[in-house]
Design a protein around this ligand. Structure first.
Ligand code: ADP
Ligand code: GLC
Length: 491
């Protein structure tokens, strides 16, 4: 049995910061492997070769060809290095398959927001090569003990491995969001080279279709999800997305491990995207970021008005509709709103319309901007995250580290990471934001008003900010928890 120093893990993921990121999975796919590598675990990523991945990795060399996988176009496996900073590097394997990955647009959708029609093949190939590299059929010498799959895009890896008769790695499947399952018509089963009898309730079938995620959850050795609270919630009807039965049946094999954050990427003392860096010793410097943000977004520049920030996908999960409902009343508190995000076209449109009615109080930027997301974390007074459900959520942790207390709905990882501000929690030093429940527009608005009132009590507010900034959201503990799971799966 290898010790943790000899442990080899193939981390299979469809996105990684900074090369390709649509949400938290991109951040986690960079920060967790770095943390595991600092525990001496030999983690390597397996990624699809989108143009930005091929352009962004260094020292590429060809290590294998996959020309004879009957279901897939020819592909080349490259070994390369992803550098995150001068001292942080991750070895990566990149699948260079021009027929599936060389195209303009996002990893899952084209520029008009339509799913790529060949997503089953695109992520079938990621899963398939993940399985081959994790078995004795691998053409390369480096063989992992563990195949660590992330979300539906690598969900078929455990299924392919199940049907492989030879030696193979153990598998861990991490659920970052159960709402996305990778569902394709039944004919995809044979197209992707899975045996016809795998299409069964005890297999890859999900309500008459193929589900990549279900396939992974059914066949994997261990399941993790990204917060302890979400690990319980997904076993219930309200948040199980039809998989609650399977998950409850496997509860002995499910572990909720809270995500950490990259404390080097998200550090107000050194963040290059800020107008002024600051620490908890000199919070007055944070104000420069507020005035810069107000100016940059065309809002009235006013140090006293509470400013609420949002960086989010704009959709039903994130509660954008409720926010739109209460936005006019927020301006009357008085308070300001800055929103950065994109996703659902109708919600984007409604938000933009609000800025025409309230040009000095509400500012919206539709799109994706890493730089502005950092400035909002620093320049806002409070961060808003009224998610209906949230497997973990990273922004509420970034905002606490930036002394910007979050307002959150009591769900998933939000509940695991934010402590509601009351006289008692403020006195005992645990208060770190504002929590509301249940999820109604009225509760959201009242909690925003509660935060705005608290904001005007400067001494208490500073205490709250310092509590937030003192919390440890590093990957340290969570990376060790993953290591324990890996070690428990070895023969
Ligand atoms: P999710 O993965 O469900 O979208 P998380 O809170 O886990 O939610 O992670 C979201 C990540 O994506 C954060 O790093 C956040 O800053 C980033 N993000 C989301 N939308 C945008 C945007 N429009 N511009 C820049 N970063 C964004
Ligand atoms: C998903 C979830 C989010 C989580 C992220 C990283 O996108 O929606 O809550 O933080 O994955 O695990």
């Amino acid at each position: 049995m290898p010790s943790s120093q000899e442990l080899r893990v193939l981390f299979i993921t469809p996105e990684v910061f900074p090369l390709c990121k649509t949400g938290g999975l991109g951040d986690v796919s960079a920060a967790l492997p770095i943390a595991l590598r600092s525990l001496q675990i030999d983690v390597r990523l397996l990624l699809p070769g989108y143009p930005q991945v091929l352009a962004g990795v260094k020292y590429k060399s060809k290590v294998a060809e996959f020309n004879e996988l009957p279901q897939f176009p020819p592909a080349t496996l490259l070994s390369a290095r992803l550098s995150l900073s001068k001292s942080e590097h991750i070895p990566v394997f990149v699948i260079d398959c021009p027929g599936l990955y060389h195209r303009e647009g996002g990893p899952y959708m084209d520029a008009l927001g339509r799913d790529w029609p060949d997503n089953a093949l695109r992520f079938g190939l990621l899963s398939k090569i993940g399985a081959i590299l994790s078995s004795d059929a691998s053409p390369i010498a480096w063989q992992p003990h563990i195949a660590h799959c992330n979300d539906w895009q690598s969900g078929l890896t455990p299924a392919y491995l199940h049907y492989h008769a030879g030696k193979k790695a153990a598998t861990v499947m991490t659920i970052h969001n159960l709402a996305f399952q990778g569902i394709f018509p039944p004919g995809s089963v044979v197209q992707l080279g899975l045996p016809p009898d795998s299409f069964d309730i005890n297999g890859v079938e999900y309500y008459g279709n193929l589900s990549f995620l279900k396939a992974g959850l059914y066949h994997t050795d261990h399941i993790t999800t990204v917060s302890p609270n979400y690990a319980e919630e997904i076993q219930t009807e309200s948040l199980g997305f039809g998989l609650q039965g399977l998950l409850a049946g496997r509860r002995q094999h499910i572990t909720g491990i809270l995500n950490g954050i990259s404390t080097s990427e998200w550090d107000p003392a050194t963040d290059p995207h800020l107008a002024k860096n600051y620490t908890n010793k000199k919070l007055s410097d944070k104000a420069v970021n507020k005035s810069t943000l107000q100016q940059q977004m065309g809002l009235a520049v006013d140090a006293d008005i509470p400013l609420f920030g949002i960086v989010s996908r704009l959709n039903h999960q994130k509660g954008t509709d409720l926010l739109i409902q209460v936005a006019p009343q927020i301006t009357k508190i008085p308070a300001q709103l800055v929103i950065l995000g994109s996703d659902h076209a109708e919600l984007e449109h409604q938000l933009t319309a609000l800025t025409q009615t309230y040009p000095h109080e509400i500012a919206v930027r539709i799109g994706f901007s890493e730089a502005l997301s950092h400035l909002i974390e620093a320049g806002a007074d409070c961060f808003l995250m009224p998610s209906r459900f949230e497997p973990c959520g990273l922004n509420q942790m970034y905002s606490q580290r930036y002394g910007t207390p979050p307002i959150v709905h009591a769900t998933g990882g939000l509940l695991d990471t934010v402590v509601d501000c009351t006289p008692i929690t403020l006195a005992n030093g645990s208060a770190s934001g504002f929590v509301f429940y249940p999820m109604t527009a009225e509760n959201l608005l009242n909690t925003i008003k509660r935060a705005a009132t608290a904001y005007h009590h400067k001494k208490n507010w500073q205490r709250l900010q310092k509590n937030c900034m003192a919390k440890d959201f590093s990957w340290h503990t969570s990376a060790a928890a993953y290591r324990e799971i890996y070690l428990s799966l070895l023969p």
